[in-house]
Design a binder for this molecule. Structure first.
Ligand code: URA
Length: 234
């Protein structure tokens, strides 16, 4: 493996090509522990925890595992057409690092969204075989009856799908219903409630497997997942 030089470190953090990273160093914009680093070819025995670029101290990770509190009216697409893109809520360099959403939330849904640039992690979390339950808090247009609850727990056939999907857990909490599902089909929760004659008015994802939406994140806020959260999902 080639030595970890400063320009390689910066390039792996999404600051552009090695040439562009070198230019940042030459402009005196890169610091470590309060000292300006002048040599783009200086070598690191291991990654420092953080480095300051353009006045901002940033962790030097090249593997991204992120949780976002996705707001309404934001699309989970790099080429959002009708709304802002979730990627515009993150540093630009994350896009250069190949970040993707782990599954999707509709533009009119909010709550917990995971993002990563690690394909195997994305695949594991998305895979129904892994069996991670996704929990949603929904509010409904009509009264939620015991018959609807039993139908959802038993399984419903959605148009265009080959087999029934079922709610793995359902709890009524005040005016909301908390529902857990194992897959992530297109508009699945909305379609399931429609299939039993109700209508989802608001939908918020509150957890994926053991990872819950961090209540301290405001809408549009994000943070890195902790190592424990990453291992609990993979
Ligand atoms: N189910 C939906 O209907 N929409 C979402 O955004 C997520 C799950």
């Amino acid at each position: 493996m080639p030595a970890l030089t400063l320009e390689r470190l910066l390039a792996s953090m999404g600051y552009g090509s090695r040439k562009e990273s070198r230019a940042l160093v030459r402009m005196g914009l890169v610091e470590l522990d309060g000292n300006v680093l002048e040599d783009p070819f200086m070598e690191f025995a291991e990654r420092p925890e953080s480095i300051t670029v353009n006045g901002e101290e940033v962790p030097t990770v090249d593997k991204l595992y992120v949780m976002m509190h996705k707001p309404l009216d934001v699309e989970c697409s790099h080429n959002a057409r009708d709304h802002q893109s979730v990627f515009s809520l993150l540093p630009d360099r994350f896009t250069a690092m190949g970040i993707q959403t782990v599954g999707r939330l509709d533009a009119d849904s909010e709550g917990l969204l995971l993002l990563s640039n690690q394909g195997d992690f994305i695949h594991k979390v998305e895979s129904p075989k892994k069996g991670l339950l996704k929990r949603y808090r929904v509010t409904l247009a009509r009264e939620f009856t015991e018959a609807q609850k039993q139908e959802l727990l038993k399984g419903v056939m959605l148009k265009g799908e080959r087999r029934e999907v079922l709610a793995r857990e359902i709890e009524v909490e005040g005016d909301s219903v908390i529902v857990a599902i194992g897959e992530g089909l297109y508009h699945q929760v909305r379609r399931m409630f429609a299939a039993v004659g109700n209508h989802v008015e608001t939908l918020e994802r509150i957890s994926i497997g053991p990872v819950q939406l961090d209540a301290s994140l405001g809408r549009g806020g994000w943070r890195f997942l902790t190592d424990e959260e990453v291992s609990s999902l993979s």
